[in-house]
Design a protein around this ligand. Sequence first.
Ligand code: NAD
Ligand code: UDX
Length: 469
Amino acid sequence: PVTVKKICCIGAGYVGGPTCAVIALKCPDITVTIVDLNKARIDAWNSPDYKLPIYEPGLDDVVKQARGRNLFFSTEIDKAIKEADLIFVSVNTPTKKSGVGAGFAADLNYVESATRRIAAVATSSKIVVEKSTVPMRTAESMRTILEANSKPGLRFDILSNPEFLAEGTAIGDLFAPDRVLIGSLQTPEGKSAASSLIDVYAHWVPKERILTVGLWSSELSKLAANAMLAQRISSINALSAICEATGANIDEVAHAVGKDSRVGPKFLRASVGFGGSCFQKDILNLVYLSESLHLPEVAAYWRQVVTMNEYQKRRFSKTVVDTLFNTITGKNITVLGFAFKADTGDTRESAAITLIRDFLSERARVTIYDPQVDEAQIWLDLQEALPDTPLENIKKQVIIAPSALAAASNTDAVVIATEWKEFVEIDWAAVYGTMNKPAFIFDGRAILDADELRKIGFTVKTIGRGVAF
Ligand code: NAD
Ligand code: UDX
């Protein structure tokens, strides 16, 4: 197998950045260059005061140790491709917005253009690794493009190495992964390329955690893992609706069910609905695949996970309206949290956006606070959620507050959309004094102590908790 000395990573986003920064940290003998078309993003990765383009706990520490040593961020894509023995393709693969498969299929435009760039500029053989989450058999398309467009005599081995990190815990996940999955063709050449990549991970990952499988199993495993994780959340959220209607408590139910070692305790938190750039996109991708394979029952099964998630978001915003005497027109609703989960500034598919859109459609006034999402991003997301409303009009209905306390004061209702720890620590007694009465709290993440809040005087509705009979 080739000993990897130089790695190029195409795509300096949430996956390429942290993943390859950790590889550089753990492999001082390998030079890692992360490239991107987006100059502003690369500039931020290179910023002297480590104002990195993404917020991820522990990431700045990793970058501080490796940047300039064997970790480089650059827009010189061709140069990095030329020099590398191994290239990670870690570009975005969003859901297609138009054309065949719109709304379901993955848009492979970015993967294809990165692949074509590799073919156009490579002057030596490469191992090309799919890091992006892709539809099955994308590796085959990549190989065809590479072989049809490259200089004669070059070899390209394609590997699939999907990434399982979760945002907010990316660095911990990368330092100690449950598993690293490497898919290759089961030919001598394919296996040899896989062992080159195994040697990279083996710098810090125990060998028994590095799984080698066939290419197609690897591609499908990534979609399957995300689909099954999301399915757990939709299952628990479906049960949360039953809890609210009956007086059961979803935390007690989840705890009791999760104690069965076959089910396990993790990932059973009821919520306002899952968000993030992966779950919905990857399930829709699986639905599309199932339909293309003429497996309509399989497609319908997975589609229901997304349908349930939509229902959960709608159900929650309806609870707010119903509880506030069936109208929120002109009322002040405070939404705490805008990111799709705590410990990230990422807002892609955040449930908060859907809730705020619903509140604005009911003509409420909305105050928003999130400790990591900047204002420009919030305006961008709201504009995208309400394409028919001019931004000036949205701005008339929305205030972005500088702190949780400021946001929660002088309002009719507080909605917890993201489970940021600082929301638990708010001086709720002080907030209560400033609010219109009755003062409502809707806890979409079940993080607050509802009994304590009721003692202060609040009317509290917590996701998955019914009124005891
Ligand atoms: P991202 O949008 O944050 O980053 C992708 C980057 O690729 C962008 O900066 C973009 O400018 C760049 N890019 C696109 N085309 C390019 C090209 N031809 N040349 C150079 N740069 C190019 O996306 P992400 O969240 O990092 O996700 C990347 C992939 O990883 C996706 O397939 C996603 O499904 C998968 N994934 C994401 C996560 C996650 O938590 N975000 C986890 C696992 C897997
Ligand atoms: C997910 C997968 O976990 C990760 O393995 C994959 O690589 C990328 O997609 P991510 O989207 O970053 O990671 O975060 P995750 O922790 O999975 O949360 C996704 C959404 O589910 C968030 O909105 C979160 O709040 C929600 N969630 C999670 C719940 O509602 N309940 C839970 O019990 C867990």
